[in-house]
Design a protein around this ligand. Structure first.
Ligand SMILES: NC(=O)c1ccc[n+]([C@@H]2O[C@H](COP(=O)([O-])OP(=O)(O)OC[C@H]3O[C@@H](n4cnc5c(N)ncnc54)[C@H](OP(=O)(O)O)[C@@H]3O)[C@@H](O)[C@H]2O)c1
Length: 252
């Protein structure tokens, strides 16, 4: 199937590791011109070399902390300056924030800002250009709605689902779709180094929670991102589509 992504422009946030890195590689392999954002420039350079080596166009590298003052606006200016518009926005940067009930206001503020506010604010920077083009794809990498305990990221991502649904209705007639993908457990830096650091812990989690029997790879999620980004996915909007090996327990 030709996903018709050749020469489409795509911004992937949180592209230095994990799911974002996988998404950037898949989108570039489909022929898109990709801009990649994260704080660690050396990892973005490495990724750019990998993409070029695989036959893709050299990505636009944007080393930026999205939480910094003016970070969002600088990313917008670099992308619009280089591409003259934007077709596809993959809001992926984010990070789990498991806490206890008595987490501080500062912790809540930081977690909600990274995992909700910055996504909304970055998206708003690109809605006008997508509207003008009468084409746009906004794809949010979110998180499960079945928390094991209090997790600030999980609360923020539930908010993203609600916000994205509303936005999808407002932008549908402009040719812009808005969808969310909650991952279950996808091998990434935070999963392997922080949340499930030992093989024993991973095995116990998988046995208890993941019917398919293993953690996914970034490409398992990136392939869905590529499809949702495609003009072929024009009739899919306002959805929350899980990529989790059967982990979530609710039907529908
Ligand atoms: N993997 C999973 O199973 C899973 C499960 C549920 C939800 N998720 C969600 O999926 C998304 C990707 O997660 P992942 O597991 O692939 O994470 P990861 O391997 O830890 O990668 C996170 C990415 O976000 C970037 N990032 C973090 N803070 C940033 C900031 N302030 N400014 C710019 N970039 C920033 C990191 O780059 P730098 O450190 O270089 O800035 C990195 O590239 C996240 O939103 C996460 O919450 C993942």
């Amino acid at each position: 199937m030709d996903l018709q992504l050749k020469n489409k422009t795509c911004l992937v946030t949180g592209a230095s590791r994990g799911i974002g890195r996988g998404a950037a590689k898949v989108m570039a392999a489909e022929g898109s011109r990709v801009a990649i954002v994260a704080r660690r420039e050396a990892l973005l350079d490495e990724l750019a070399d990998e993409i070029v080596h695989a036959g893709g166009a050299r990505p636009l590298i944007i080393a930026e902390d999205l939480t910094s003052d003016g970070g969002i606006e600088r990313v917008r200016d670099r992308v619009l300056g280089a591409f003259g518009g934007l077709d596809i926005l993959v809001n992926n940067a984010g990070s789990s924030r498991p806490v206890t009930w008595d987490a501080t206001e500062e912790q809540w503020h930081e977690g909600m800002r990274l995992n909700f506010e910055l996504v909304r604010r970055l998206t708003n920077q690109f809605v006008p250009t997508m509207r003008k083009q009468r084409f746009g794809r906004i794809i949010n990498v979110t998180g499960a709605n079945e928390p094991f305990g209090v997790n600030i990221a999980s609360v923020a991502k539930a908010g993203l689902h609600n916000w994205a649904k509303g936005l999808s209705r407002e932008l549908a007639r402009d040719g812009i779709t808005v969808n969310c993908i909650p991952p279950g457990r996808i091998n990434s830096e935070q999963i392997l180094e922080r949340l499930h650091p030992t093989p024993e812990n991973r095995k116990a989690f998988i046995d208890a929670n993941i019917p398919i029997g293993y953690f996914g790879e970034p490409e398992d999620l990136a392939n869905l991102i590529a499809f949702l980004a495609s003009p072929l996915a024009r009739y899919i909007t306002g959805e929350v589509i899980h990529v989790d090996g059967g982990m979530h327990r609710f039907a529908g």
